[in-house]
Design a protein around this ligand. Structure first.
Ligand SMILES: C[S@@+](CC[C@H](N)C(=O)[O-])C[C@H]1O[C@@H](n2cnc3c(N)ncnc32)[C@H](O)[C@@H]1O
Length: 365
């Protein structure tokens, strides 16, 4: 036990405690009859300690390591992506500190917003590192958005992220509050202002059109943000989600059968009617193509195996919002239903569809 404690960098007391609460029980015996750690115990100890270092509580860790659907590779993958997120957050904090130090050295005043940015508490500063792996412009959805932009020359893209759906043939200004997302914008992309939708730093009617894609549900005050878009632009184009229709969670098998918690994520989200009202606009459906190349939450409605991939889920904020417990359960039960043929039985009719209306709506004003 002493040797294992030394190698793992923990005290023997900690190992006794883990043994006592049933988290890591040494299963082998030494020649002298003392309890010793077999290879599988060491692997489990490594998993426990890694989750501990990532800040999980012992009860949560017990659930994670006892999950029969997660093998050592699944734990390593999850820990790797959690560490990458943490590294992105640390990098953001270091960069913010460097900026503030440089500003103070020059005697420049640092605004309260800039000071708070250092804390990097925003969701996309946490999950944004995984974004570029799978999130990109889908040409069919882009065509519908760009058509709605009409003749506009100057475009404000609010909640711009890494720049998906920004038209190349117009003069675009981007607005993005997350430093992690801003840092991932490709070289040569439109200039990006660090600001939030609810308080756009532009004069009234500064742009022909203001657009916002897959972002309104992240805003602290969606209606205030939409009114701001209306103020700074002559026209507004917004890709968002319809929760007005009764029984909307049943539109998509993933929320209906595996992740009912999605409804809680959108509990505070305004109705489509209220959002349309805020900009004085109307809504049209945006079908999701069966082979959608932008990994949005609904993208894989005809390719269910994709939701089993950690890499795919990490770029969809819904999974982080529902928490690891609901995520683990949903993925496990989807995996079981795919293996048993139950998913195909229930959703066989989807195979014949090229696009599906899953509640995405384009608001235009
Ligand atoms: C799902 S991403 C969408 C990014 C991009 N529009 C796209 O389609 O790929 C959501 C973005 O909204 C941003 N966001 C969050 N809160 C915001 C706010 N209050 N105002 C503007 N953008 C915000 C996030 O930082 C993130 O980059």
């Amino acid at each position: 036990m002493g040797r294992v404690a030394e190698l793992a960098g923990v005290s023997v007391r900690t190992l006794h405690h883990y043994d006592g609460v049933g988290l890591v029980r040494p299963s082998a015996r030494t020649a002298a009859g003392y309890r010793a750690y077999a290879a599988a115990d060491v692997e489990r100890l490594r998993e426990v300690l890694a989750y501990r270092r990532l800040g999980f509580g012992l009860r949560e860790i017990a659930e994670l390591v006892d999950d029969p659907s997660a093998d050592a590779v699944a734990h390593l993958r999850r820990q790797r992506s959690l560490l990458l997120e943490r590294r992105a957050r640390t990098d953001t904090m270091v960069a913010a500190i460097d900026r503030e130090l440089a500003a103070r050295a020059k005697g420049v005043r640092v605004t309260p917003e800039e000071q708070l940015e250092m804390l990097g508490a925003r969701l996309y500063d946490t999950i944004g590192g995984a974004y570029t792996a799978t999130r990109r412009t889908d040409p069919r959805i882009a065509a519908q958005i760009w058509e709605a932009l009409g003749e506009a020359r100057t475009v404000l893209n609010v909640g711009a992220g890494t720049g998906s759906y920004e038209p190349a043939d117009r003069q675009v200004t981007a607005v993005e509050p997350s430093a992690v997302m801003r840092a991932q914008r490709p070289p040569g992309s439109a200039p990006c202002v660090a600001a939030a939708a609810e308080n756009l730093p532009f004069a009234d009617r500064s742009f022909d059109v203001a657009m916002a894609v897959s972002t309104v549900h992240h805003w602290g005050d969606p209606l205030a943000g939409l009114r701001e878009m209306r103020r700074v632009a002559r026209r507004v184009v917004v890709l968002t989600f319809d929760t007005d229709e009764p029984g909307w969670p049943d539109r998509f098998w993933l929320t209906r059968d595996y992740l009912p918690e999605f409804t809680c994520v959108l509990a505070e989200f305004p109705s489509l009617a209220k959002m349309a009202d805020a900009i004085g606009g109307r809504a049209e459906p945006v079908p999701v193509p069966w082979d959608c190349v932008d990994s949005l939450f609904e993208a894989y409605w005809r390719r269910p195996e994709a939701y089993l991939e950690e890499r795919v889920r990490r770029a969809m904020s819904v999974w982080t919002r529902v928490g690891p417990e609901a995520e683990g359960r949903a993925v496990r039960s989807l995996g079981d239903d795919l293996a048993s043929g139950r998913w195909a039985e229930r959703n066989g009719d989807l195979a014949g569809l090229d696009a599906a209306d899953l509640g995405l709506r384009l608001l235009t004003a």
